[in-house]
Design a binder for this molecule. Structure first.
Ligand code: ADP
Ligand code: MG
Length: 239
């Protein structure tokens, strides 16, 4: 409790669900893959930010997460690092069987930033593949990249659904999904696409939802699709 107060982190779980894992204030203590540790150091991150200290331990424990923190607090690494660790824990990857993890983001620019960060933290991992799937770029190039087999997809919802419908990718092995800036995705009208994805995921999967604000639409989505989530708030958050 003391640590959370110092980190300015507020954590909530439902009455009947297990308690949230405690925050961990150093990357070394998170038991990350050595190659990820190396890339974190290379990237120049020496200590986790508040949201990272709490969200990463929750995500690494396998729990669903509803994260709410202001811009610039370091949410990207908070989900990117556990996502890569999750992928490494899966059985040896068979290329072409479909991606293991998916990040949905509202805009092309944001997706590009996220993809960059995924590549940063998987830099030392031989044959780890990340694809970016956004509008405004050549769909045929994306098709061949997806069909060659990737581990992680970072996408905007509309373009990703296009590829699913064309049979260029599949949800059948996705066991880790992140919705980044979910409130913005809803504002932009992506709710049907998001629901389409969430509804068709394999039964066993972990969901992380990040949102700057907590409007009722986000609460509804969380109640429908998250399983005993840990809700994390850092700093002031408006509804
Ligand atoms: P958010 O998604 O919460 O708005 P970002 O993930 O974009 O925040 O991170 C904001 C900035 O902080 C980025 O420049 C990022 O590289 C930097 N950053 C994130 N985590 C750390 C860390 N642990 N140590 C140093 N810098 C960090
Ligand atoms: Mg962000």
């Amino acid at each position: 409790e003391d640590v959370r107060m110092r980190l300015n982190v507020e954590v909530t779980v439902a009455l009947d669900s297990p308690p949230a894992p405690a925050p961990i204030e150093s990357f070394e203590d998170m038991l990350l893959h050595p190659s990820i540790m190396k890339d974190i150091a290379y990237h120049g991150y020496s200590r986790p930010t508040s949201i990272q200290a709490q969200a990463m331990t929750v995500a690494l424990s396998g729990r669903d997460l509803l994260g709410c923190a202001e811009t610039g607090s370091g949410k990207t690494a908070a989900f990117t690092i556990p996502m890569i660790q999750h992928c490494l824990a899966q059985s040896p990857i068979r290329r072409g069987d479909g991606p293991l993890a998916l990040v949905l983001a509202p805009t092309r620019e944001l997706a590009q930033q996220i993809e960059k960060e995924v590549k940063c933290f998987s830099r030392s991992l031989e044959s780890f593949r990340t694809a970016i799937v956004v509008g405004g770029t050549n769909i045929a190039d994306q098709r061949s990249e997806l069909r060659a087999g990737v581990d992680v997809i970072v996408a905007t919802p509309g373009r990703f659904i296009d590829h699913l419908q064309q049979g260029n990718s599949s949800l059948s092995r996705i066991s880790f999904i992140v919705l980044d800036e979910a409130d913005r995705m809803l504002d932009m009208g992506f709710e049907p696409q998001i629901r389409e994805v969430l509804r068709n995921l394999p039964k066993r999967h972990q969901t992380l939802l990040f949102s700057a604000t907590m409007p009722v639409e986000i609460e509804t989505l969380s109640q429908e699709y998250l399983t005993t989530p840990v809700q994390i708030k850092v700093g002031k958050v408006s509804s």
